[in-house]
Design a protein around this ligand. Structure first.
Ligand code: CMP
Length: 137
């Protein structure tokens, strides 16, 4: 089942020089390919769209501020069961609870600064890809 997912390497990953390490793990999965990739600092309007489901949560404002604090690498990754697969590579949201071997488990300590975002369903992937890469079909 070939799918597409939106992946964000968050400002902490870019600041800490972990872009190559994280993309390397994704690229090494057999048959997965990068369909689009961009480095840019995100503005509040785009982040409000992306995180619409979290409006009103106590972590929302600090999350938006963090996500706008430096450049982010956004990617569309394509391949077999890639939605579930990138989330498995990432590990759970809380990096301290994430297992060793996962990206968050290996490199993270703080829930907000958890290095990577990956779409959680086909519906989210479609919505998020449209926000970040409106030009691709
Ligand atoms: P992600 O799952 O990519 O998208 C929502 C983000 O909100 C999540 O990663 C974390 O960066 C952040 N987040 C979720 N829960 C919390 C929390 N309890 N405290 C701080 N940040 C959080």
């Amino acid at each position: 089942m070939s799918q597409r997912t939106l992946v964000l390497l968050k400002p902490d990953a870019v600041r800490r020089g972990l872009v190559g390490e994280i993309i390397g793990r994704i690229e090494k999965k057999a048959g997965w390919t990068i369909a689009a990739m961009e480095l840019r600092t995100l503005d509040r309007a785009l982040l409000e769209q992306h995180y619409a489901e979290h409006v009103g949560r106590d972590f929302y404002e600090p999350l938006v501020a963090f996500m706008a604090s430096g450049p982010v690498v956004s990617l569309v990754v394509e391949g077999e069961r890639v939605i579930e697969g990138v989330r498995a590579l990432a590990g759970p949201t809380d990096p301290i609870a994430a297992p060793s071997g996962s990206i968050r488990g290996d490199f993270g300590t703080i829930t907000r600064e958890n290095l990577i975002h990956a779409s959680d369903s086909e519906e989210s992937a479609e919505r998020e890809i449209k926000i970040f890469f409106p030009g691709i079909s």
